[in-house]
Design a protein around this ligand. Structure first.
Ligand code: PXP
Length: 236
């Protein structure tokens, strides 16, 4: 099980004062030193946290893997094709949301997504699709050529009863198994924290997790290196 660190909220904190601190590039270095297997940033259309120059600098400095999370808009696709990250994770993006809500509807947007995936494949960039743990979405992801899927764990993370939690965990496990059977690499993420991560980490078909907010939040109390190491200890 690999852990990729989403460092968007280092930029949120920096942008609160419009200055240069804390610096996402420094944060990425600390995360890598602490054992993270990759760095994730979401370049949103409204640039509310990560800015273009952050992604360019990270492209030069990240030594593990740079995963650029993005909506499939023409503007961001053009930037990503210039930057050439190690992985693209396509997500739905809605300007008014606080964070990514729901997975991509691959079934409904097959043609558009297939064209975008082809553009990235022409640059030899693998593509992951952030989807809900739904079999039809997994099949459509495979059909349009994605190498990977990232299963949305947000609903699981927000479950309020044990029954709901177990039901949603079963759904994620079944989706992970199905994804693997179809030959896809399977990642998971959204809303995972120190209390709820172990259920998902126990699913052997999941290769990688993408976690941000909870680790950056804990880092404000114990420091980033320790917050990352604590999460790695939990998921391993
Ligand atoms: N994976 C995806 C596709 C996301 O959009 C996000 C949030 O940016 C994450 C993982 C990380 O979620 P969280 O910040 O809740 O850990």
């Amino acid at each position: 099980m690999r852990l990729c660190l989403n460092i968007d909220h280092i930029a949120t904190l920096r942008n609160a004062r419009g200055g240069t601190e804390p610096d996402p590039v420094e944060a990425a270095k600390i995360c890598e030193r602490a054992g993270a297997d990759g760095i994730v940033v979401h370049l949103r259309e409204d640039r509310r946290h990560i800015k273009d120059r952050d992604v360019w600098k990270l492209r030069e400095t990240v030594t593990t893997k740079l995963d650029l999370e993005m909506g499939a808009s023409d503007e961001i696709v053009a930037i990503a094709l210039e930057i050439v990250p190690d992985l693209i994770t396509l997500v739905p993006e809605n300007r008014l949301e606080l964070t990514t809500e729901g997975g991509l509807d691959v079934v409904a947007h097959k043609e558009k997504l297939k064209n975008v995936i082809t553009l990235f494949h022409n640059k030899k960039i693998p593509v992951s699709l952030f989807i809900d743990p739904v079999m039809a979405q997994i099949e459509a992801s495979k059909e349009i050529g994605a190498e990977m899927i990232e299963l949305h764990t947000g609903e699981y993370a927000e479950a309020t009863t044990q029954e709901e939690l177990q039901r949603l965990l079963k759904e994620i496990k079944a989706a992970a198994q199905y994804g693997k059977q179809m030959g896809l690499e399977v990642n998971a993420g959204h809303g995972l924290n120190y209390s709820n991560v172990s259920g998902v980490a126990a699913i052997s078909q999941i290769d990688e997790m993408s976690i941000g907010h909870s680790i950056i939040a804990r880092a404000t109390f114990v420091g980033l290196e320790r917050a990352v190491k604590e999460m790695i200890a939990l998921i391993k």
